[in-house]
Design a protein around this ligand. Structure first.
Ligand code: PGA
Length: 257
């Protein structure tokens, strides 16, 4: 049986001008010359999607790098100043991060909005990278499982079993994001198992096998191999380290057995 390819997602967040992002993209491509055995996705700021999409169409050699947005609107069009819709993004990117904890925490994004974003993304052919995860207090209070299950239940409420295979779930414990402290291997495996079981329960065994579950939170060149080899781990979502081409390339290469 062919094992599915591991997925490495770089989340550039609010960093780099278009010129800097273009250089970064080329450096990543250069560092990974010829590498073809992982799915590599970079999620730059929205302003970079068009120019980077053009750059990527001119890069013919491996690795193939795909683009994702960092967010989309929960509306398709209309009077929503400052928003970018799935319809605008879909010609430029294949994926969109949805429900990142920074959006939930800093911008008050609710699970109801995230439910709509996931549905709109799927409707317009964008694959959602849905982020879920508990904060430190919730973990200390023994509520981590419940928080993640509640997020999944709401955020995937409008997804059909047939659509589930398009959804990538990113388990990102908030206390591990940008802190340099990644979750312990046993904690990660435990959550990946919980999420997988929840998908099986809601969507059935067959539909759930095809959806991918990744981990995010202080992934770096040193811990990538350990995390990627964990039971049930289909890939990683990388923030800070995705801005450093050599380190990001090392993380991608860590998918090699
Ligand atoms: P980090 O960010 O790798 O810098 O912890 C991960 C994320 O926010 O997706």
């Amino acid at each position: 049986m062919n094992l599915p390819r591991k997925i490495i997602i770089g989340n550039w967040k609010l960093n780099d001008t278009v010129a800097e992002g273009t250089v970064l993209l080329h450096k990543i491509h250069q560092e990974l010359k010829g590498f073809s055995t992982a799915t590599i996705i970079v999620c730059p700021p929205a302003t970079h999607l068009y120019p980077l999409h053009r750059e990527l169409t001119s890069l013919k050699s491996e690795p193939k790098i795909e683009l994702g947005a960092q967010n989309i609107s929960d509306f398709e069009s209309g009077a929503h100043t400052g928003e970018v819709s799935a319809i605008m993004v879909r010609d430029l990117a294949k994926y969109s991060i949805i429900g990142h904890s920074e959006r939930r925490t800093h911008y008050g994004e609710t699970d109801d909005q995230i439910t709509r974003k996931v549905a709109i993304a799927l409707e317009h052919g964008l694959q959602p990278i849905l982020c879920v995860g508990e904060n430190l207090q919730q973990r200390h209070d023994g509520k981590a499982h419940q928080v993640v299950l509640d997020q999944l239940n709401t955020d995937l409420a409008d997804v059909t079993a047939a659509e589930l295979k398009k959804v990538i779930i990113a388990y990102e414990p908030i206390w591990a994001i940008g802190t340099g402290t990644f979750a312990k291997p046993a904690e990660i495996e435990d959550m990946l198992r919980l999420i997988r079981n929840a998908l099986v329960q809601s969507f059935g065994q067959l539909a759930s096998t095809e959806s991918r579950i990744v981990y995010g939170g202080s992934v770096d060149a040193e811990n990538a191999k350990t995390i990627l080899n964990l039971q049930g781990c289909d890939g990683v979502l990388v923030g800070g380290a995705s801005l450093k081409p050599k380190e990001f390339a090392t993380i991608v290469r860590a998918t090699d057995k």
